[in-house]
Design a protein around this ligand. Sequence first.
Ligand SMILES: Cc1cc2nc3c(=O)[nH]c(=O)nc-3n(C[C@H](O)[C@H](O)[C@H](O)COP(=O)(O)OP(=O)(O)OC[C@H]3O[C@@H](n4cnc5c(N)ncnc54)[C@H](O)[C@@H]3O)c2cc1C
Length: 502
Amino acid sequence: MILGGGVEERPLPTFEEIRLRTPGGKVPTALAAFARDDARERALHTYGRGFPDLVRGFSGDFLAAPDFVLFPRDEDDVTLAMKVCEDEGIALVPFGGGTSVVGGVEHAPDARRRATLDLGLLSGVHEIDRASLAARIGAGMRGPAIDAALGEHGLTLRHFPQSYEHSTLGGWIATRAGGHFATLYTHIDDLVESVRMITPRGPLETRRLPASGAGPSPERFVLGSEGTMGIITEAWMRVRPVPSHRASASVCFPSWDDAVASVRELAQSGLYPTNARLLDAREALIHEVATDGSCVLLLGFESHDHALEPWMSRALAITAERGGVVSSGPTYVAAGARTHEVDRASAEAAWRQAFFDAPYLQSALVAMGLVVDTFETACTWSAFPTLHAAVVRAVKTALKEACGGGLVSCRFTHVYPDGPAPYYTFMGAGRPGEQIRQWSLVKQAACGALIEHGATITHHHAVGRVHREGWHRERPPLFGKVLEAAKRELDPAGILNPGVLL
Ligand SMILES: Cc1cc2nc3c(=O)[nH]c(=O)nc-3n(C[C@H](O)[C@H](O)[C@H](O)COP(=O)(O)OP(=O)(O)OC[C@H]3O[C@@H](n4cnc5c(N)ncnc54)[C@H](O)[C@@H]3O)c2cc1C
């Protein structure tokens, strides 16, 4: 009843029942050696994993499908694909793991012929520079494969977005993904040492440097380009030794305001915990971390070098000053233990499991007809109380209007000295055939509140099509013009991911 009623399991379509768009033309002969145009590949490359994608997929609607899918075997294939698509006016969408939640891999609904380019074969850890702690990695490689390959050398990229199992290095760089570090090195930006991108006007490769003050940064230009300026083929990434010391604890707070103040103090203490997730009472309940109405702070430190007791002790002293009560831990894992062998019974372990299971749960709930999605942002600490109140109010009002009621919850995924990155989940009952319209009402209300109150339209979910309007309100207008000029220079025919970002 709390969701407004009407929740029921609905049958999924069989593959034979799905509806695919009629292709706008055949595969160009020059690309045939690495192209597929069978219904399965076209369907698999139609959408990302956003709410409207799941709803359309579950209803058998694959009418946005590409005409064919390219699987380049090397950079020559990428260059050839760009040339042929440019010559023949074919729109070309780069596809990593296809986990975009913002319409980033979906073709624009225009009359152009459509190709999608899957980076899956451009994979592998090609080179390791042990002295500099850096590795050259293919853009199509997915999270677990990267860590398995680096793990053989005692190294890790240590970038764990929630979509880690399915997303790729190239996708992370193209979208400025946010990983699992709650402080300091959170965005992939911090881990890119140099990057190589093939554009319709040739390759753009940046120099391997630990840092540089030489003018505007070319890496920063590629980061977040979302497949609109070129196709990232590989990057030198900063890696680190696999951590051997870990400390974790969870702290309960009866009051949300005290919990927020405490996390701010922690973020400004210079301790930089690797994990500092604050869950509101509803999030704590959903993730089975606390059932008594408390807000819970999941706290963690890790190092490959030193014991962590002093850091954890000081962090717990800071949280105690605001009434935080340790509810589990602190647990310390000493050198020699493997990262994933840490205390499976702890609140942190429960959270970690629920964190990676959540996407599967969302799919199941969408299949049952619910309107359920997440959105995230970042703002200054001083702006947060007003922003939070406005967002919750806007989303609740929209849920009432669209779904007859529903739930909204909040957690902090990352915290910075100058502000948090709040992450919201909303849920309401859907009506058959109306789920996307219902979702759209709530999503628009959320985006409107974020922009109106000075927050960013996204902290790590990218812009794509879904956030384009909000991002255009957020970015300086003159910066938009500069980007458009760069696009004209690199991709004059406008074949790359039309409608995304720009
Ligand atoms: C359940 C779930 C949880 C998520 N959690 C997180 C999270 O914790 N943190 C986070 O940051 N994001 C998260 N996301 C969003 C998504 O996973 C990220 O945006 C991710 O970086 C996309 O990677 P991908 O390989 O799947 O890229 P895709 O979805 O395939 O592509 C994303 C965009 O990048 C472009 N692109 C992909 N590869 C390349 C390339 N090699 N060169 C140029 N352009 C390219 C595409 O054209 C598209 O515009 C989540 C998504 C889901 C479904």
